[in-house]
Write a protein that binds this ligand. Structure first.
Ligand code: SF4
Length: 323
């Protein structure tokens, strides 16, 4: 069948200065896994050849790899791709300092700078940094929006463009564990669609250092790095083009069941008995079922990071040790 995507969103690093309750990819200060520049430029080259139009640098917190992001953004522009970035603004200690961080983005022609507010989720989140970053971006004339502003609309930045509200949060990853139980109100048998992702025409996909091309966090269409080391002139056995061409949502395990009948159908197909009477949303049940069956479909239910596991934890104990 095969698909095309318009955007690749790089999970540049799973490391973050925060460990927010709503994080889909379990980002934290302790998280491991950062993309190399060689991986990024290799995928950018492949993406341009596959008709991808834009790349985003996300995480985790992508500015923890700031010079690598700048170099990769330059490479993307040279390949004719638009680029954007999502950041939590931890670096914006003042408006003047924030301008120093953001100034290179002007020449690199950033298309979209999304700034995150975490006041709703992180008790001691410093909204002054978000405000400094927003003001600096405005002064530099950067295209910018603030995400998740439900609790931070008091930023008092004139003309601020607001992005997604916290009310739209979906219960995937850490959110399914930390936030969903307090919001549960729907019986599992009513969760018969996937309202948030189009697996036949996904539009964008996420990709981190593990190479998994994710159509939803933790659901891989295939591994772009499989078959060889990516980036050093050897982008793997087929790389991105092979993954996109070989993907068929009607035949790929897990994806096919979700497309046919949502997370309830997924649970039914694999004999999963829901552990709760009520769920917050489709993603809440979906994440529970997928977590339970991750080891049965390791090439689809990947990367392990999106299930709150390190690569070592996912691999299990050495063979001579008990589980
Ligand atoms: S229902 Fe499942 S596949 Fe659909 S968006 Fe939610 S977590 Fe992703």
């Amino acid at each position: 069948m095969g698909i095309r995507v318009e955007g690749i969103h790089f999970l540049v690093t799973y490391r973050c200065t925060y460990a927010c309750d709503h994080c889909f990819v379990w980002g934290s200060p302790e998280a491991e896994g950062t993309m190399t520049l060689a991986q990024l430029t290799s995928v950018i080259d492949q993406a341009a050849a596959c008709g991808v139009e834009s790349v985003y640098f996300e995480g985790g917190e992508p500015t923890l790899a700031y010079p690598i992001v700048l170099a990769a953004a330059k490479h993307a522009r040279e390949r004719g791709l638009d680029w954007g970035m999502v950041s939590n603004c931890f670096w914006a200690t003042s408006v003047e300092d924030a301008k120093v961080w953001l100034a290179p983005f002007v020449d690199l022609g950033i298309s979209d700078l999304s700034l995150s507010s975490y006041a709703y989720f992180v008790e001691d989140a410093d909204e002054d940094r978000l405000r400094s970053a927003a003001l600096a971006a405005q002064e530099l004339g950067l295209p910018m929006a603030v995400l998740e502003v439900g609790a931070a609309a008091c930023l008092d930045v004139p003309g601020l463009r607001l992005g997604e509200d916290v009310g739209a949060i979906m219960c995937r990853g850490r959110a399914a564990v930390e936030l969903a139980p307090g919001r549960a109100a729907r019986p599992p048998e009513t969760l018969t669609t996937c309202p948030f992702e189009d697996f036949a025409a996904p539009g964008r996909a996420h990709l981190g250092c593990d190479g998994e091309l994710q159509l939803c966090q933790g659901i891989s269409a295939g591994n772009v790095f499989a078959g060889g080391p990516a980036g050093a002139g050897a982008p793997g056995a087929g790389g991105l083009a092979a993954v996109l061409e070989g993907y068929d949502p009607t035949r790929r395990p897990v994806v096919a069941e979700i497309v046919a009948g949502g997370p309830w159908a997924l649970a039914q197909a694999y004999g999963h008995t829901p552990r709760r009477a009520l769920y917050a949303d489709e993603c809440h049940l979906c994440y529970e079922v997928r977590s339970a069956f991750r080891e049965r479909f390791p090439s689809v239910l990947a990367p392990a990071q999106c299930y709150g596991l390190t690569a070592e934890q996912a691999a299990g104990p050495p063979e001579d040790q008990p589980a």
